[in-house]
Design a protein around this ligand. Structure first.
Ligand SMILES: O=C(O)CCC(=O)C(=O)O
Ligand SMILES: [Fe+2]
Length: 217
């Protein structure tokens, strides 16, 4: 045991699992702030409501989504992209709540990414049966910036793949208040989530809320 390991579990550092070289899962990182963060998300959704997006091929996505920040992620028959205006309201997206910015920059630093300035937060809400197939996050301008992903409510099985869609993937559970960060050489890995199973969570009810926080512009 190295001297560092002596301090690893004294409560001063969040418990984390290295998923691959530059991907880290911080277990329950958001637990102390879970209700405040979820309340702030509810505030955003009052301004820019959840909606089902369609894939470029015209299939309705099973998750409902919305965004906040300077850039909102959109998908429709014109393709995948970021846009400054919410097409549902005709207004700019709401600001990213300060509570989310603080936790996202904290955890990105813990994962080894220093200069992360989030300008986009995608809100995905899964109800039982909803899923997201394997894909890469590649609509952002600068792939040296990490992806920060927060999970709330019901657990889901995350798929963490390689650099081709057909590559084998590992599976692990994302639980309430977990934060996952990936970047660097792992930035363009395929990933997705399996179907949400029916259950109830005390804070979110019959759903899982995912925030994907990015520097898009
Ligand atoms: O819900 C998740 O954990 C993944 C979401 C995701 O990969 C995305 O929105 O790009
Ligand atoms: Fe993604």
């Amino acid at each position: 045991m190295s001297s560092l390991d002596l301090f690893a579990n004294d409560g001063s550092e969040p418990l984390s699992t290295e998923i691959s070289e530059q991907a880290t899962l911080f277990h329950q990182f958001l637990l102390a702030d879970d209700e405040a963060l979820l309340n702030d998300i509810r505030g955003v959704l009052k301004q820019s409501p959840l909606r089902h997006l369609a894939t470029p091929a015209g299939h309705k996505m099973s998750v409902k989504s919305s965004s906040c920040g300077s850039y909102g992620w959109l998908s429709d028959k014109h393709g995948y992209r970021y846009q400054n205006i919410d097409p549902v309201t005709g207004q700019p997206w709401p600001d990213i709540p300060q509570s989310i910015l603080v936790k996202a920059t904290q955890v990105s630093r813990l994962a080894g990414f220093q200069n992360f300035q989030p300008d986009s937060c995608l809100i995905n809400v899964y109800t039982p049966g909803a899923k997201m197939g394997l894909h890469q996050d590649k609509n952002e301008a600068d792939f040296s910036k990490p992806i920060v992903s927060f999970s709330f409510g019901l657990p889901i099985t995350f798929m963490w793949g390689g650099f081709k869609r057909s590559d084998k993937y590992q599976k692990f559970s994302l639980q309430h208040a977990d934060a996952l960060v990936w970047g660097g050489k792992d930035r363009l890995r395929y990933h997705g989530v399996q179907q949400l199973k029916e259950a109830m969570h005390p804070l979110t009810g019959r759903c899982r809320v995912n925030l994907t926080i990015r520097q898009a512009g």
